[in-house]
Design a binder for this molecule. Structure first.
Ligand SMILES: NC(=O)c1ccc[n+]([C@@H]2O[C@H](COP(=O)([O-])OP(=O)(O)OC[C@H]3O[C@@H](n4cnc5c(N)ncnc54)[C@H](O)[C@@H]3O)[C@@H](O)[C@H]2O)c1
Length: 347
């Protein structure tokens, strides 16, 4: 492969938990990656900078791959247009977003700006520059209060219970429209509670680890009556990259009289990426206690607004499409997480 043959992949949210891990995997296989992030202070920007410096230290391969970082806000339409114009990415992995269900109750406008206006700017960039494939993050939260388990892409998702979830569902609809009108191949991936090294400080594994090691109580919502399909970061990365490598195509059996919600007559596909092993929250806490070698002090609290009691992924569609579904056992993944946490924070 020559330098000119090498495509550029744009990864948004490259300083984020999932974005940094996906970028690392792309760099390992010799891709040329442009990473975008605004390094906002929703959580400690020092962690985002630390993830970035690891990427910046990775050796650039001979044939012109390697990493470049652009600090930009998705919301800035003219800067985004300039980015697409100058970088000409052939593929886009869009992971930047205002994440988090609970924060969307306090600050809905952050979600409107990053997840709706920002997503619109990504779609426009893809449309005007002939991007060959857009892979974007959706979320298990689109299933809202659905009780039918496991969650399947075939189930209706019309009752989101947080604005975060509504923006992710909106992204799926917006992407379908661009696929239909402009022929943009686009794949939406519904991630289920991702955990692992370099994780997010606003999510349970990091919040719990911090409190447990400080001898402080952990807040256990819905009195512990919660279940989550915890999915290890390496499995998410593998799923994202396998999907990147297989651009969405129209579904030849799509029937407008009985439309499949996960496919389309346009090149748009939706997949769950989850571990398909829902774990009760109290079991999750036990596994974390074992890995850290310290007992937690649980403080039981009611259900939080916007939260859902349980998630579980049906990943048969993903497996049929790319021959892979997440499988890392929680005990293994939490072991890696706990070692990283102690090492990174020196505790
Ligand atoms: N981690 C999970 O469990 C999970 C579950 C479901 C869906 N998701 C989705 O996956 C994607 C990645 O999540 P994550 O866990 O890595 O989150 P993260 O917060 O660690 O990463 C997102 C990154 O996007 C950046 N960002 C946010 N708004 C931006 C903007 N307006 N302009 C430029 N950069 C911006 C942030 O600075 C951050 O570094 C998100 O779209 C999230 O909604 C994550």
């Amino acid at each position: 492969m020559t330098v000119t043959d090498l495509r550029t992949v744009l990864v948004t949210g490259a300083a984020g938990f999932v974005g940094a891990a996906v970028t690392e995997a792309l760099l390992r296989r010799g891709e040329r990656v442009v990473g975008l992030d605004n390094l906002n202070a929703y959580y400690d920007p020092a962690l985002k900078r630390a993830r970035l410096s690891r990427l910046q230290c990775m050796p650039a391969p001979d044939q012109g791959g390697g990493f470049r970082f652009r600090q930009l806000d998705l919301e800035d339409g003219s800067a985004m247009a300039e980015l697409f114009e100058s970088e000409r990415p052939r593929a886009v992995i869009h992971l930047a977003a205002q994440a988090g269900v609970r924060y969307s109750i306090e600050n809905p406008s952050a979600y409107i700006h990053s997840n709706l206006v920002g997503f619109g700017n990504i779609l426009e960039g893809c449309r005007h520059h002939g991007v060959e494939h857009l892979v974007y993050a959706s979320s298990s939260s689109v299933y809202g209060g659905n009780r039918r388990m496991p969650f399947s892409e075939q189930h209706p998702v019309n009752h989101p219970v947080s604005l975060y979830a509504a923006t992710k569902k909106a992204n799926e609809l917006m992407a379908h429209t661009y696929s239909h009108l402009y022929g943009l191949p686009a794949t939406g991936l519904r991630f289920f509670t991702v955990y692992g090294p370099w994780g997010r400080p606003d999510m349970a594994p990091m919040l719990f680890a911090k409190a447990i090691l400080a001898g402080e109580p952990i807040r256990v919502f819905n009195h512990g009556r919660m279940e989550r399909d915890f999915t290890y970061i390496d499995d998410i990365v593998e799923g994202v990259i396998r999907c990147l490598d297989k651009p969405a195509t129209p579904d030849p059996s799509f029937d407008p009289l009985d439309p499949n919600p996960a496919t389309a007559a346009a090149p748009h596909r939706l997949f769950n990426i989850g571990n398909s092993q829902p774990t009760p929250l109290l079991r999750f806490i036990e596994v974390l206690e074992d890995a850290l070698g310290v007992k937690a002090i649980p403080q039981f609290e009611p259900m939080q607004p916007g939260d859902v009691a349980a998630t579980a992924a049906d990943t048969s569609a993903l497996e049929a499409w790319v021959g892979f579904a997440p499988h890392t056992p929680l005990e293994v993944g939490i072991g890696h997480f706990a070692r990283w946490y102690r090492d990174y924070y020196g505790v």
